[in-house]
Design a protein around this ligand. Structure first.
Ligand code: SF4
Ligand code: SF4
Length: 292
């Protein structure tokens, strides 16, 4: 099973939830944690894995042979990302906009475009006690997170529970990280900002047909609007973590909930059981919607 841990809003504590869940389950079932927040991976701070494999992540970007080019403009026409501009006697390529789709080199009628690899990040694999650990790091200044995320997800181990730590928001890297998940936990806080971004994230998951549950962090601040929203949308609130100075202090020292306050272990095991229940219920509903 694949569970992704996401949050519409940044700073809600989703890495704390992802790492605590992995640690709480590691002695019960085989677990893997994949940190797909490649612009700012921080799950390693909590899990402290020993990393034993590193590989470069690159994308193929176009290289022009001006001798062969007739300036026909076909490459600029087919590039969906405006990464090529063709002038009467000049072609400009913008590598930072290129998604490495290969369309320009494939469709150039003169064979004037070849491809060269451009490094955009690295992938690291390791082990933290019984948890298999994988994360990606996007090179500073690079904008293309999805190829690094795809590379991390190639290492999903189907024999384990895969927990994916997703970047905040609802943009392309988030969609890339959550797609294919059996369920998604949305970590939020009970504030107007939390509610606004939670609603955007729920909308995204509905479009991807991924069942979700909510974790309310810093429960006790703000108002009851998040709760009302979840009730109205039929989204289960699976866990509440109170606003607590001890938890905040542990977090700031890179210590997870289950390591710092062992009583939380049970709550995270129950969270996993509830997610399983959520997945089974949604499978039944999908079956009912699509009768054979
Ligand atoms: S499609 Fe090929 S020939 Fe035409 S402008 Fe682009 S590189 Fe030049
Ligand atoms: S490889 Fe794709 S994204 Fe990059 S310049 Fe060519 S067409 Fe555009």
């Amino acid at each position: 099973m694949i569970i992704s841990i996401a949050s519409g809003k940044g700073g809600t504590g989703k890495t704390l939830i992802a790492t605590s869940l992995a640690l709480a389950l590691q002695d019960k079932i085989p677990v893997q944690l994949l940190d797909c927040d490649v612009e700012e991976p921080d799950a390693h701070i909590f899990l402290k894995p020993s990393l034993n494999h590193q590989q470069m992540v690159s994308i193929p970007i176009p290289q022009l042979d001006e001798e062969k080019c007739t300036y026909c403009g076909k490459c600029a026409e087919v590039c969906a990302y405006s990464a090529i501009a063709v002038f009467p006697k000049h072609v400009l390529i913008f590598p930072e906009l290129c998604h490495g789709c290969g369309a320009c080199s494939y469709l150039c009628p003169e064979g004037a475009i070849s491809e060269i690899n451009k490094e955009i990040g690295i992938l690291e694999i390791g082990q933290s006690k019984r948890i298999e650990f994988v994360h990606g790091r996007l090179t500073v200044g690079e904008a293309m997170a999805p190829p690094v995320i795809r590379e991390v997800k190639k290492h999903i181990n189907r024999e384990r529970l895969a927990i994916i730590d997703v970047s905040p928001g609802t943009s392309c890297p988030v969609v890339e990280a959550v797609k294919g998940s059996d369920s998604c936990l949305l970590v939020t806080e009970p504030t107007p900002f939390g509610l606004n971004d939670l609603a955007l994230a729920v909308d995204m998951l509905n479009k991807l047909d991924i069942p979700c549950g909510v974790v309310i962090n810093r429960d006790g601040v703000g108002d009851s609007k998040v709760e009302e929203y979840c009730h109205q949308e039929g989204i289960p609130i699976l866990l509440r973590i109170p606003l607590d100075i001890e938890i905040a202090q542990l977090y700031s020292r890179g210590i997870t909930l289950v390591q710092g306050i062992p009583q939380w272990q049970e709550a995270f095991v129950k969270l996993y059981d509830d997610i399983n229940q959520l997945v089974s219920t949604s499978r039944v509903l999908v079956k009912k919607r699509k009768p054979e």
